[in-house]
Design a protein around this ligand. Structure first.
Ligand code: 15L
Length: 267
């Protein structure tokens, strides 16, 4: 593939992916609301994902879109509606208008955040059960992807990413971490798998304490995880103590996103 548009390229996952998606002969077109300094093999566009004309222009001569842009945590409904739901509609619609054949959508475990350990390993056909307005926006993005695949024939892969940071940030992430290198492998698989149609897959590393979600759907795309959060276990246990199984953070897949602090009255 020669040109890939990455929305939200200045965000956490975008920053981790930039060097990992770089290939000879490939151009990464980076889009964000904040200015970005393009490296060799990169172009930058400063625009909001809610700006349809700008997105159509940004999709010109693009082979695939990796849509990471949006709010990555819980937020008031009006913001989630505008940036995440309308923004994701805008990205799919711009891709359609510009003839881009493939969109990789950064969904989240929070689309199914109220699923419980009794359902583990959760498969990708688990229906949405969002834990937040943010999770609703990811479920809506998955639904938009299905629409744009079935009505217009776009290849759409929705990645229900678990916890993608340079290192696992907390004890829960010993089970949910997606290492930056594994994230690069997963997105690369999504970009190169022949004619995937419409897929949903979980994005997670091969964590010793994992098994919360199925890896079969990601493996079917050609992904093979190589990393394991367990190498950080001693450090995390020293900082936070051994994870207590009855901690409410382990009662649902979405963990802290199910906490009452995120109730609407507190937003
Ligand atoms: C997400 O979807 C968030 O964007 C990220 O900040 C983490 O909270 C992650 O999920 C997670 O569940 O760890």
């Amino acid at each position: 593939m020669s040109r890939i548009l990455v929305t939200g390229a200045a965000g956490g996952v975008g920053t981790l992916l930039r060097p990992r998606l770089a290939r000879p002969g490939r151009t990464l077109r980076l889009l964000d609301v904040v200015p970005l300094e393009p490296a060799a093999g990169e172009e930058s566009v400063r625009a909001s994902v809610t700006d349809l004309p700008a997105l159509v222009e940004a999709c010109r001569d693009v082979d695939a879109v990796v849509h990471l842009g949006g709010i990555s945590v819980e937020a008031p409904w009006a913001q989630i509606l505008d940036v995440n739901i309308n923004g994701t509609y805008t990205v799919f619609e711009a891709a359609r208008r510009a003839g881009v054949p493939r969109v990789v959508f950064a969904s989240s475990n929070h689309a199914v955040g109220y699923r419980t350990p009794a359902e583990y390993p959760l498969t990708a056909d688990a229906p949405p059960l969002p834990d937040t307005y943010y999770g609703v926006s990811k479920a809506a993005g998955e639904a938009l992807g299905a629409l744009y695949h079935h009505r217009y024939g776009l290849d759409v892969i929705c990645l229900r990413i678990l916890t993608c940071f340079p290192e696992p940030p907390n004890p829960r992430a010993l089970s949910t971490w997606l290492s930056p290198d594994d994230c690069g492998r997963l997105v690369e698989a999504c970009l190169t798998v022949p004619r995937p149609g419409y897929r949903i897959a979980y994005g997670v590393s091969a964590n010793t304490r994992g098994g919360w979600v199925s890896l079969a759907e990601a493996r079917a795309l050609g992904y093979e995880p190589a990393d394991d959060a367990e190498v950080f276990a001693a450090k995390l246990v020293a900082e936070h103590g051994e994870p207590a199984p009855d901690d409410p953070v382990f009662a649902h897949l979405g963990g802290p996103f199910t906490a009452s602090e995120l109730d609407a009255d507190h937003l």
